[in-house]
Design a protein around this ligand. Structure first.
Ligand code: ATP
Ligand code: MG
Length: 345
């Protein structure tokens, strides 16, 4: 393992296959690359290896990624360096996977939804507060990862380059990854201007909608239909946001609508909305209670937040116990709702 070069990239490292223990666990396999969980011998720490599908991208990868080595913040994943063989990005391993998967598998409670939105805003605000702003250009739930305590970090930022966004390669990139839903309307014009921070702000609005609804936007529409809808000003429907929403959700919806304005200059910056998302997430913050204390849990404002043991996060340390307060699997939620109803008969 070599440390970074003389360009002041002291935290950026170059790894090789031998730097990792032999047991690589495949986390994900896609047409455009694989992700492995590996253990770094030197640090005795788990890392994620995000491999590229082709071998000739290494030089580009180094160029792109070397600037990411210094980005350190609680709400963005750390990039440790690159590996030459196999060509891969070496990054922090996020043990609870992606928000994409979590939204599909668990019913999140409102406080957790608000907290996640605010944490994403914090990560993005940090990237945009760099000089020059570091644009993500690929913000989506699959690139929002969860740590062991179900706090989120923004991942895979700075890997998409604007040059890729020209001609057919733009569409290829989006088709391969299914990312069209997060692309703002101005990018679909004939000769689009290079993206600005407002590109990411639009993507955040769609992510907010997905967190609030736990649904996929434009379900059933193909790529062309999405482009036509978005270009003509249509957006995912607010009606899909569940009726049991707290009052504060209306403020969150206002922020979302502001962020997906048609004209980029009408969208706010992350620095304009961060105190609002902070306040909203604090208003709904859960009191710290023991998740197994049923009596105490019943006094919570949302009755469906009563604590139950949840298989993959019950017991264990304090943070994991907390998680059980915030979400239940769909099946557990239904079972639980039935039991609460019976108790009140
Ligand atoms: P894109 O290349 O556009 O970011 P993607 O996010 O859909 O595409 P990958 O980045 O290859 O695909 O990630 C695929 C999956 O691998 C993620 O959804 C997540 O479950 C897992 N993954 C990626 N990075 C990590 C990581 N650092 N720690 C743990 N799991 C990860
Ligand atoms: Mg990704």
């Amino acid at each position: 393992m070599e440390s970074g070069d003389s360009e002041g990239l002291e935290k950026f490292r170059y790894f090789c296959r031998d730097d990792f223990e032999g047991d690589w666990v495949k986390v994900s396999e896609r047409s455009f690359g694989r992700v492995y969980r590996v253990k770094l011998k030197l640090w005795r720490e788990r890392c994620a290896l995000k491999c590229l599908s082709t071998t000739n991208c290494y030089r580009e990868l180094v160029e792109e990624v070397s600037k990411l080595g210094k980005v350190k913040f609680n709400y963005v994943t750390s990039v440790y360096g690159v590996c030459k063989d196999p060509p891969a990005l070496v990054m922090e391993f996020m043990s609870k996977g992606s928000l994409d998967a979590l939204l599909a598998s668990h019913t999140l409670m409102w406080p957790k939804k608000f907290q996640m939105i605010h944490e994403v805003v914090m990560g993005m605000n940090f990237l945009h507060s760099m000089a020059p702003p570091l644009l993500h250009l690929n913000l989506k739930p699959a690139n929002i990862l969860l740590d062991a305590h179900l706090h989120v970090k923004v991942s895979d930022f700075g890997l998409v380059r604007w040059e890729e966004f020209s001609g057919s390669s733009f569409m290829e990139h989006l088709t391969a990854r299914g990312n069209i839903n997060y692309v703002p309307p101005e990018a679909f014009s004939q000769n689009p201007e290079p993206p600005t921070t407002k590109y990411d702000v639009y993507s955040l609005a769609i992510v907010m909608w997905e967190i609030l609804t736990q649904k996929k936007p434009y379900a059933g529409a193909n790529m062309t239909e999405v482009i036509i809808r978005v270009s003509s000003g249509k957006r995912p429907s607010k009606e899909r946001i569940p009726d049991d929403k707290p009052l504060e959700c209306h403020d969150m919806i206002d922020i979302m609508e502001h962020c997906w304005q048609q004209k980029p200059q009408q969208r706010p910056d992350f620095s304009d909305i961060i105190t609002q998302t902070e306040t909203l997430s604090e208003v709904l913050r859960l009191p710290d209670i023991c998740p197994n204390n049923r009596e105490e849990a019943k006094r919570l404002p949302y009755k469906n937040m009563l604590s139950v043991e949840v298989n993959d996060c019950g017991g264990g340390d304090e943070g994991q116990g907390d998680a059980a307060l915030y979400f239940l699997s769909q099946k557990e939620f239904e079972r639980f709702r039935r039991s609460v109803r019976q108790e009140h008969v």
